[in-house]
Design a protein around this ligand. Structure first.
Ligand code: B12
Ligand code: SF4
Ligand code: SF4
Length: 367
């Protein structure tokens, strides 16, 4: 028993040495909210993310032993990237108006630099090496985000925080600006205590602030309405009913975290482990006119070279230009007209249609 405890503590220390901010141990069992996940799929809230509903992937999410035979433990780690210190905590963008025209495109904080998957993979490999030193025969597999793992559920079981009404995993002192990764292993390690208190109380700020009413009762989110889904995951046209609400969010959305009181005084670092100053690719908030001009000149190959290793590569050239056309249309800034006209002539009909919408929108707001 004490050996099991010592091994766990040495692995905990190794995770911190590998650069993770938090580490916790959960039993490799069916997630607590497996049924909630099935209900989420049954209602179609996953939209076009078909990989979420594939029967084999559903079974894997519900049974971690399908990923690693004999799995006993899920080692859950987190990396804190913190809020955007350049923006006012709790600030939510005002609606665009001719008086307050903005051409600044907003990018979700986690995506300002390197692709976080790469950072996690490097550090999880270092942790895996430490696990193998403890137990050379141990089976283990690393996961971050894209794997069939209900990450927040296991993180809550491992004591890293509670699942808020916005469905984010929130830690009482660190807040929710953190990403998760896991090692699933057949090592039998003593689990940590789950994080049981619900610290949301009577607060409803995230539900009220969400511009597309994506946050539903019962800690469920209709991904089809979420700006993060619409600007990152969706491949085709953005439904017209949501375009205005997207504002100038070009990639992802942080509103339900910006308004959360647990992020206001959170103890977070000034820099993010995903920041990447040497690459010259800090996509914090960028002038949409020059961004669209540069992007429109790239073909798919040029796009790949420029965006490789960043989260922004996911929607592809056309997807990002689609988002920029919506953002420019919502900017209330007439200097965006010529850029939108250029996009309306783009070879991609996806880009061109959103640019036509953007032009109509700009003219209707600015008269
Ligand atoms: C699909 C997906 C999305 C979808 C759907 C999100 C959603 N809420 O379902 C979209 C594209 C919209 C999205 C958006 C974002 N995502 Co995302 N996403 C995922 C992914 C790949 C799967 C999530 C999933 O399974 N959804 C299905 C639902 C049913 O599961 P769930 O969200 O985990 O919800 C759990 C709770 O709701 C709980 N639950 C259900 N009912 C109840 C009832 C009670 C009482 C309680 C307590 C709990 C509870 O059980 C559910 C299952 O475990 C995970 C990575 C992973 N593999 O888990 C990242 C992940 C959830 N995303 C992440 C991030 C950072 C984001 C964004 C902030 C990105 C951005 N800035 O734009 C936004 C936030 C939107 C939001 N409020 O959730 C992080 C979250 C980290 C954290 N602190 O929680 C994750 C964990 C990725 C990672 N590796 O770190 N995402
Ligand atoms: S990320 Fe934005 S759009 Fe999605 S639920 Fe949160 S506030 Fe709503
Ligand atoms: S804003 Fe309020 S209700 Fe929403 S997650 Fe934060 S504490 Fe919970």
């Amino acid at each position: 028993m004490s050996n099991r405890h010592d091994v766990r503590e040495r692995i905990r220390a190794a995770a911190l040495r590998a650069g993770f901010d938090q580490v916790g141990f959960a039993p490799a069992e069916t997630p607590t909210h497996a049924e909630a996940y099935r209900a989420w799929l049954d209602r179609g809230y996953h939209g076009e993310m078909a990989y979420m509903a594939r029967e084999d992937a559903v079974r894997r999410r519900i049974d971690p032993a399908m990923a690693v035979p004999g799995a006993r433990t899920i080692i859950v780690v987190s990396l804190v990237y913190g809020p955007d210190h350049g923006r006012r905590a709790g600030a939510v963008e005002d609606p665009p108006s001719p008086a307050g025209a903005r051409c600044e495109g907003l990018v979700a904080r986690y995506a300002h630099g390197r692709d976080y998957h790469d950072v996690f993979e490097e550090r999880l490999d270092a942790l895996l090496a430490a696990v193998r030193e403890e137990a050379p025969a141990a089976r283990a597999r690393r996961y971050v985000d894209y794997g069939p793992v209900l990450e927040r559920d296991h993180a809550q079981r491992a004591g890293l925080g509670w699942i808020g009404k916005n469905t984010m995993l929130i830690h009482p002192t660190i807040g929710s600006y953190l990403m998760l990764g896991e090692l699933i292993t057949d090592l039998d390690l003593q689990p940590d205590e789950p994080f049981l208190p619900d610290r949301c109380g009577s607060c409803d700020r995230c539900i009220e602030a969400c511009p597309t009413q994506a946050i539903l009762d019962g800690r469920m989110l209709d991904a089809r309405r979420c700006i993060s889904y619409l600007t990152i995951e969706l491949r085709g046209p953005i439904p017209r009913e949501y375009r205005r609400a997207i504002g100038t969010r070009v990639f992802g959305c942080d509103i339900c975290q910006e308004v959360c009181p647990w992020n206001t005084d959170a103890e977070t670092p000034e820099t993010s482990p995903f920041d990447d100053p040497p690459s010259g690719r800090p996509w914090r908030s960028t002038d949409m006119v020059s961004w669209a001009q540069e992007l429109a000149r790239l073909d798919e190959q040029g796009f790949k070279a420029r965006y490789r290793g960043t989260a922004l590569s996911r929607p592809g050239r056309d997807g990002l230009l689609r988002n920029l056309a919506v953002g420019l249309g919502n900017s209330g800034d007439l200097t965006a007209v010529s850029t939108l006209e250029m996009l309306a002539a783009d070879a991609s009909e996806l880009v061109a249609e959103h640019a036509r919408w953007g032009l109509e929108e700009l003219h209707s707001v600015t008269g």
